[in-house]
Design a protein around this ligand. Structure first.
Ligand code: 5AD
Ligand code: SF4
Length: 450
């Protein structure tokens, strides 16, 4: 979602003459769009700020200036404290106020002749009553795979997580506004859309005025059915989901909507019921496995990904074994795993029996080894098959492109530069732990380049 938000910030500033630069030292304004989810992400902000400061000093010495802004969830959580610690920061804002960037920028410029010191920087970390999406201009950037934020915030309050405090309460955009944005992106060239939300499957947006359904609120499955009607849109994905909100209608959509990709990121966090309860997840390991089973029934080829936290307070070896058991039961195509990180203001941070770092590291390694084995097997399993790949990134080597299969595997192909942004058939030749590689059958190449 931060990638999407950053793109939108660029869209807002573009009418004011700002364009993206690859050279940070040349920037007139540098915005750090930050993440507060774990301590490591937060620390990165402070080291990045140090680097920006030297660019700013050089810029001022050259008779120019560089406005430094901290946006995103660290901005939301730390507010003025950031400017107190780093007085060279001009602007702090949260994820719900970035539509006010032009206004904030004007204030910073107005204040720029004031003396340095407290009160000079602009801080906007409100949760405003107006909805930022109503103020964002249409993007002009063309992307073959694009993000669209449909839902934000979270009311679930898992005990380890800062999101409900930094992103705020759950909000779903109205269906009409999402459909309009998706149609616009498709017109600009998007073939794949990923619907975003911290709790995307809790989506409950205002139904379109034309809807004859009794309910004036639509869930995610209805939204997906609606978007699937858009000509030119070939792939729909959504992330991130909560197991509790995986309703049967959404599960059925995986079997019924060919454009809905057979891949789901469904975080479980732990395989131990005791820990899941302490995390306030409100589902058991078995509930989760049943959801997986229902999804596989609806769409037999579906592949899964998940998030895991190791070393949550009070986690024993037995709890950890249960997590490994769940991983074995599901058999993932990929997964993200993290050591538990204390977050300020969250209930788990105050819990007894915090797990030592060394134990967290051991458990993380064991878990990642298991996941890597599954991921490698999944990737190798595609060798010899032909996969549809949307080539949307350039690789390190001359002529190399990277894209994703329907199952979210990264695919590397050489000699393909002319096919950038296209959906092509790739014959998979090799499978590795984090990617696969293949070739584009020459007849297809000829057909596309003719
Ligand atoms: N410590 C470690 N991992 C965390 N996550 C969220 N909060 C924490 C925390 N305090 C992980 C969860 C979530 C993912 C986005 O980040 O696994 O699903
Ligand atoms: Fe955080 Fe997700 Fe739990 Fe919400 S559901 S509190 S975003 S981990």
């Amino acid at each position: 979602m931060n990638v999407y938000d950053s793109q939108r910030m660029a869209d807002i500033l573009s009418p004011f003459g700002y364009a993206l630069t690859e050279e940070p030292e040349q920037a007139d304004i540098a915005i750090l769009n930050t993440c507060h989810i774990r301590e490591k992400a937060e620390q990165k902000v402070h080291s990045d700020l140090g680097r920006l400061r030297s660019h700013k000093v050089a810029s001022v010495a050259n008779g120019r200036n560089m406005i430094i802004a901290v946006g995103g969830c660290v901005g939301q959580a730390e507010g003025e404290e950031i400017i107190r610690q780093a007085p060279y920061v001009d602007m702090v804002f949260g994820p719900q106020t970035y539509h006010r960037l032009p206004e904030m920028l004007a204030n910073v410029m107005r204040n720029s002749d004031k003396k340095r010191g407290p009160g000079r920087g602009v801080v906007d970390t409100e949760f405003p009553t107006e909805v930022k999406f109503d103020f964002l201009p249409e993007t002009t950037e063309s992307r073959s795979s694009a993000y669209v934020s449909v839902q934000e915030g979270c009311d679930k309050f898992c005990t380890f997580c800062v999101v409900p405090y930094t992103r705020g309460a759950e909000y779903s955009r109205p269906v009409e506004s999402i459909v309009k944005e998706v149609k616009h992106l498709v017109k600009l060239g998007a073939m794949e859309i990923t619907l975003l939300g911290q709790n995307v499957n809790a989506y409950h947006g205002e139904a379109p005025a034309s809807s004859h359904a009794a309910s004036k609120v639509w869930g995610l499955s209805q939204l997906i059915h609606e978007l699937a009607e858009i000509d030119g849109l070939e792939r729909i994905r959504y992330t991130t989901s909560h197991p509790r909100d995986m309703g049967q209608d959404l599960i059925d959509a995986h079997g019924a909507v060919p454009k809905l990709m057979p891949f789901l990121h469904l975080p479980v966090q732990s395989g131990s019921d005791r820990i899941l309860e302490a995390m306030n997840r409100k589902h058991s390991a078995d509930d989760y496995l049943k959801v997986i089973e229902r999804l596989r029934k609806s769409c037999p080829e579906i592949a899964f990904s998940s998030d895991f936290i190791v070393g949550f307070p009070g986690e024993t070896d037995e709890d950890h074994k249960n997590t490994l058991k769940l991983i074995n039961d599901v058999n993932y195509a990929q997964a993200y795993s993290f050591k538990y990180s204390i977050r300020p203001g969250t209930p788990a941070g105050l819990m007894d029996k915090q797990v030592p770092e060394s134990v967290k590291s051991e458990r993380l390694q064991e878990l990642q080894e298991l996941v890597n084995t599954q991921q490698l097997a999944f990737n190798k399993n595609t060798v010899g098959t032909t996969q549809k790949v949307l080539l949307d990134r350039t690789g390190k080597f001359e002529g190399q492109l990277i894209g994703r299969t329907a199952f979210m595997q990264s695919v590397y192909v050489l000699e393909s530069k002319h096919l950038f942004g296209q959906m092509v058939d790739v014959k998979i030749e090799s499978g590795y732990a984090n990617s696969i590689s293949g070739v584009i059958p020459s007849d297809k190449c000829l057909q596309l380049t003719a």
